[in-house]
Design a protein around this ligand. Structure first.
Ligand SMILES: [Zn+2]
Length: 173
């Protein structure tokens, strides 16, 4: 079993120590993602290396992997979304330092000596997820769960789209 990650980290101290953090975070912890999720099952694996990298950049290199169950914006069914996001963050202490970061590194502004790890990972996940995730046209609706299709049948009936509903009405008269 993977270790549980700490809620808060001190990035500067971890960089000095050259530490590696590995572990998982449950998808349910990412409150800002909730609107996009079909359900919050599963967890995200996190691997972060802290230290001094090429060109003297001090920061974090790593990756997050896992799977999110998004809501397809076309059929509202579950859409399995694989997450495989590389992380390259350079620790900066001022806006001026941002310009000196080599290409490929995003700035991580170190204004305090602690950083909410969940927030950091959540930011990366929000970047990975498109604004309007949709199944490929050919897969749309086919992956829906039984509950989803039951809900849709009810909705169809209510909108009078069900031809059998009309037949039933005729038989009654
Ligand atoms: Zn769909």
């Amino acid at each position: 079993m993977q270790p549980r990650l700490p809620d808060w980290i001190d990035p500067a101290a971890l960089i000095r120590q050259g530490r590696i953090l590995e572990g998982t975070l449950p998808v349910a912890r990412f409150a800002r993602l909730a609107d996009q999720l079909h359900d919050s099952d599963g967890e995200i694996r996190v691997e972060l290396h802290f230290g001094r990298f090429d060109a003297g950049v001090e920061g974090i290199k790593g990756r997050i992997t896992g799977e999110l169950h998004l809501t397809c914006q076309r059929c509202l069914g579950r859409m399995d979304f694989p997450v495989e996001q590389e992380i390259r963050l350079g620790l900066v202490e001022s806006e001026a330092m941002i310009e000196r970061l080599p290409e490929g590194f995003e700035p991580l502004l170190a204004t305090e000596d602690r950083l909410a790890l969940t927030e950091l990972i959540e930011d990366e996940l929000l970047l990975a997820v498109a604004d309007f995730p949709k199944h490929a046209e050919s897969e749309c609706r086919t992956q829906a769960t039984d509950q989803d299709s039951a809900e849709r049948e009810i909705a169809d009936t209510e909108h009078g789209d069900n031809p059998f509903a009309a037949l039933t009405d005729l038989k009654k008269h």
